[in-house]
Write a protein that binds this ligand. Structure first.
Ligand code: NAP
Length: 259
């Protein structure tokens, strides 16, 4: 299916690896020019070169911390008038409720709530004036089924979910859609880190922690960045113009609810 977005321009944040990279690649495959971002320049340049040569799209990498004001300024300056925004950043660390300080919450809010809000606020006016736009926020299954050790993530991402529910309806009449994509367990560096922390806490090997986690997924495996990216590209498509303010869960059936 042609998604009808060839020649559009997208800013994909935190996209040198993992789910952000999956989104960038799926958009590149549709002929979308990209602004990519990550803190480390080595993996970022490698991803930018790979997407440029494989898909023939224009790719501008911006090495910056997207959770900082200066990083957002640098990325937005390079992005200009983009048609598509995919917000993403690293997730907060796992821990215990009694250890989380005010500073820990502020850091999580900065990364996973206030950064997407700042980027949305900066780019929405241009999108609404031009009468077309797509915004996809990478959030987490934690907004539907909070994960006890990820309380910082649960809290910050729930805030973003509430923000999007209101704003998406305020701008829906101008051709701009805002939706959230909720990853369940996907095979990325982030999952590797969580397995290592889990293994150390339980006195088991990382392989055992990984197998135990995988056993919670009805499809019997973790999701891939490619599958995640394909869902993102569809949400950015012309055909998805009637999808507004939704929270779409990609978790291989792990969430047990009917809806
Ligand atoms: P990942 O594999 O660790 O990749 C993270 C990417 O983001 C890297 O390119 C990293 O590059 C970049 N990044 C991290 N912090 C950044 C920052 N402050 N500024 C700019 N770039 C930054 O992680 P992932 O699994 O793709 O996860 C993406 C998001 O989905 C995270 O928020 C995560 O918590 C959430 N999530 C993931 C899963 C899962 O199963 N994987 C499940 C639920 C939620 P640099 O390190 O070079 O900056």
């Amino acid at each position: 299916m042609d998604l009808g977005i060839k020649g559009r321009r997208a800013l994909v944040c935190a996209s040198s690896k993992g789910l952000g990279k999956g989104c960038a690649e799926a958009l590149a495959a549709e002929g979308v020019d990209l602004i990519l971002n990550a803190r480390g320049s080595e993996a970022l340049e490698a991803t930018a070169n790979a997407l440029r040569s494989q898909y023939g799209v224009a790719v501008t990498p911006v090495a910056a911390d997207i959770t900082s004001e200066s990083g957002q300024e640098a990325v937005l300056a390079a992005a200009g008038d983009v048609d598509i925004l995919v917000t993403n950043a690293g997730g907060p660390p796992p821990g215990l409720w009694s250890d989380w300080t005010r500073d820990d919450f502020i850091a999580a809010f900065d990364a996973n709530l206030l950064t997407p809000i700042a980027l949305i606020k900066a780019l929405l006016p241009g999108m609404t004036q031009r009468g077309w736009g797509r915004i996809v926020n990478i959030t987490s299954v934690a907004v539907k089924a909070p994960i006890p050790v990820l309380g910082l993530s649960n809290t910050a991402r729930s805030g973003l979910t509430g923000y999007v529910a209101g704003v998406s309806r305020q701008v829906a009449g101008s051709g701009v859609t805002i939706n959230n994509l909720l990853p369940g367990l996907h095979d990325t560096d982030r999952l590797l880190m969580l397995d290592t922390v889990d293994a150390n806490a339980r006195g088991i090997s990382p392989e055992e922690a990984r197998a135990a986690r995988m056993a919670t997924v009805p499809v019997g495996r973790f999701g891939t960045a490619e599958e995640f990216g394909a869902a993102c590209a569809w949400l950015c498509s012309t055909q998805a113009g009637f999808v507004v303010g939704q929270n779409i869960l990609l978790d291989g059936g792990a969430f047990p609810g009917a809806m």
